[in-house]
Ligand binder design. Sequence first.
Ligand code: ADP
Ligand code: MG
Length: 241
Amino acid sequence: MTTDIIISVQDLEKTFDDGKLKALQGVTADIMRGEVVVVIGPSGSGKSTFLRCLNLLEKPEKGQIFFNGQDITHMSITERAQNGISYAFQQPVRFKGITVLDILRIAAGKKLSVSDACAYLSEVGLCARDYINREINASLSGGELKRIEIATVLARDVKVVVFDEPEAGIDLWSFQNLIRIFENMRESYKDRSIVIISHQERILNIADKVIVISDGEVTRQGNREDILPALMGTDSAVNAC
Ligand code: ADP
Ligand code: MG
């Protein structure tokens, strides 16, 4: 892992409901190149809003977002794309009626070979031969769609990938595989940063950094080793008492 900052967020504020609901109240955080960041915090504390602001899905009222030192806060999605600034955001596969291969090619943004597409499917534990020409429709189970979603994230050639509670609804698929995908991703793409909202201890265990959000503010952030013991109440300072 290198140590330069890929994304820097300064004093981000975001409100809803005509300013009555303050979802983010001055969030400041750094994401380093190649690191795995896990964002935790109570339900409704602003975690998804934070990631959606990073991804331009929400527009903050105040604050700045820098990518590689460049202020991208007010760039349009097109301008960001032209500057090579894009994130892979895990989202429901919406293009019904097209095939799994098509959707992987759309994600990759280039003519992905069938064998490359198959490799992404294998990475998420789907037998490529069975799935590559399947149509995206109601015949796919929730677990299969979830894995296809994750394969589209893998197929995108980007520096930052973002997952919002990826463990939700994967009952049909072993959670172990999800962890393995994150570990493989970290090994295979050393300069790719992975940002995950998750409360799963197994996912927290692969974090380089943990960001704790509460009531729209970052209450703690730092190395997993420093943050987690305190959160679990097993801080050595506590134990010493
Ligand atoms: P978390 O992901 O930590 O559960 P969210 O970021 O989804 O929290 O939400 C933070 C707060 O902002 C919550 O009070 C939520 O109801 C509110 N909120 C989020 N998105 C919207 C929206 N599009 N419109 C109105 N309120 C929203
Ligand atoms: Mg959320």
